[in-house]
Design a protein around this ligand. Structure first.
Ligand code: DLL
Length: 436
């Protein structure tokens, strides 16, 4: 079985990767300056010319780009080539403010699909595999990205898109799907439906899953792996930088290799913008170095993360990023305390609850209210008597206080009370935003 999709690049010595990055950065900056008025203005305002960028060490001289810039430049302002050279757009769901539209030339699509193919091969995909892609197709990058990658690997590709869960399971069984691609929350739902339909992991042939597009915990990984009988691999990416496959997990399942021949990663202090040394937590910033249509330089992702260059047992040399903790703007501040939904998920799964939960935050008078709805599994629900309910809720509250430092109200609910997601799960309902 092939270990790497592009071995010479994926295992390139670190010094050589850095040389390649330097060379590509210099070219990309000159190209953007020449072809993109919006970024040229930012560089001019900062007093930086392409000639000031001679290699990786000069990266920090460049101005940052933020989501606000993307909104301001919407839709064509950050496009660096004529539309006649572009063959595709992809876009975000645009739940907050304007949508982000990313453009691709054929060359850009080709490189993006290579990145996804690397992720698939790292999860064990080959020509012999059947890959079921249940990320959404259309404007969302998940479906098209993994679909293109699967074609490159030569796997038999099932372009399911998301939804219609029974049909997903039927295809999975009839066609002997071996690799599943979807969000982790949808994978958990697929597993739940499989068992409800009277089947178990022994009735399917899955061996691996490639799950991303939303934060998920190690506890969630174990839950999915044991229910589906697979190895669950993480994959990361964002529309602005291409889509899935900016980084991906290997057999070590301990951080994701960033495709450094295409993207340079930095970690910065989100408050000051100062570049932080490897190993420190901060905001992840990406610079694309091989793009034609939509090259973004020093794009602030708002994802909080740590980078590590520790050697990896898989043989890949590209730098690794940890699971992002979530976007800095996903973090809730409740009664002055920082709360990440991932902390709540960790406690729930450790305490033996389902991954079906929702966090409700509101403000009454001057005080924040904080509630967590947690769904019970059928067996748990059948076993619990009224008194036990109260005891179980109390125990869960104290576990939450231990993790978060503040006290939520916890409601244990009957099976199927929490809405399932087919794409990215909506874990938080923050009603305070409605009052602002
Ligand atoms: O979610 C691209 C993607 C599709 C990645 C399929 C992986 C698989 P956007 O919709 O633009 O793109 O959302 C990007 O999602 O900035 C992170 O906050 C979050 N995210 C993506 N992957 C992960 C992950 C796609 N593995 C935003 N873990 C990013 C945690 C993730 N968060």
């Amino acid at each position: 079985m092939k270990k790497y999709f592009q071995p010479e690049i994926e295992t390139m010595p670190v010094e050589k990767i850095k040389e390649l990055q330097s060379e590509r950065l210099v070219k990309q900056v000159a190209y953007v300056y020449e072809n993109n008025k919006y970024y040229r203005k930012l560089m001019d305002e900062k007093g930086v010319k392409p000639a000031d960028i001679q290699g990786l060490d000069d990266l920090k001289k460049l101005p940052f780009l933020t989501k606000n810039d993307l909104r301001e430049a919407y839709p064509y302002g950050l496009l660096s080539c004529p539309t006649k050279d572009c063959v595709r757009i992809q876009s975000t769901s645009g739940t907050t403010g304007r949508r982000v539209v990313a453009f691709y030339t054929q060359h850009d699509l080709d490189l993006w699909e290579d990145c996804c193919a690397r992720a698939l091969v790292a999860a064990g995909a080959s020509e012999d595999d059947v890959v079921q892609v249940c990320y959404g197709y259309g404007l969302f990058t998940g479906g098209p990205g993994l679909h293109g990658g699967s074609h490159k690997v030569g796997s038999l590709t099932i372009p399911m898109s998301s939804g219609n869960t029974e049909r997903q399971i039927q295809f999975m069984r009839d066609l002997d799907t071996t690799i599943l691609c979807c969000t982790p929350s949808y994978a958990a739902y697929l597993a739940e439906r499989l068992y409800e339909m009277g089947c178990t992991k022994d009735d399917i042939r899955l061996k691996a899953g490639i799950f991303g597009a939303e934060p998920w915990t190690e506890e969630m990984r174990h839950e999915i792996e044991s229910k589906l009988g697979i190895k669950a691999y993480d994959i990361y990416g964002l529309t602005e930088i291409s889509g899935p496959g900016v980084s991906f997990e290997c057999s070590e399942q301990n951080g994701m290799h960033i495709n450094e021949d295409h993207f340079i990663a930095e970690i910065i202090d989100p408050e000051t913008g100062e570049v932080l040394p490897e190993g420190e937590e901060g905001e992840l910033v990406f610079t694309s170095i091989t793009k034609e249509a939509f090259p973004l330089l020093r794009y602030r992702t708002r994802d909080l993360c740590i980078l590590s260059r520790k050697p990896c047992s898989c043989g890949r040399t590209h730098i690794k990023m940890c699971k992002p903790k979530g976007r800095s703007d996903d973090m809730l501040i409740i009664r002055g305390v920082n709360v990440f939904p991932s902390q709540i998920e960790t406690v729930l799964l450790k305490e033996g609850y389902t991954p079906n939960y929702q966090i409700l935050v509101d403000r009454i008078g001057n005080e924040d209210t904080f509630e967590i709805n947690v769904e019970l599994a059928q067996e748990q629900f059948a076993k619990l008597k009224d008194d036990d309910f109260v005891k179980a809720e109390k125990k869960l509250v104290s576990a939450m206080v231990g993790m978060l430092g503040i006290r939520p109200r916890v409601h244990l609910l009957a099976p199927h009370s929490v809405v399932r997601s087919e794409g990215k799960a909506v874990r938080v309902v923050d009603k305070r935003k409605l009052h602002d």
